[in-house]
Ligand binder design. Sequence first.
Ligand SMILES: [Ca+2]
Length: 113
Amino acid sequence: MSNINNQTQDLYSVELVQDLDHEAAATVTGGTLYISTGYNGSGSETPVGKAYTSLGGYNNKVSWYKVTGNTGWYAYTGQNYTGKKYYLAPGTQGNLGGYANNNIESVLPALPA
Ligand SMILES: [Ca+2]
């Protein structure tokens, strides 16, 4: 049950490591995170509907994001939610600049307060 489309999967041989924290995944309601390897959504884009400890073929390649729905996301520069942490607010999109660009390796839905 992957949200990664097959074309992207073939292109980058993505093998995302599925996080087993179903509680975190269940908090995502009606929205998702989109990531792309190019600025402004260009390049290879894929939806990310749940937590990933590793972005597989997308590791250190993400340059753009979009968050739909009401749940924010955390993006980390290291796998397993390590390294520098960035908060991606609901309803926002943008290019990743500076240290974040081409450096994200894991993502986690932001849990409700
Ligand atoms: Ca990194």
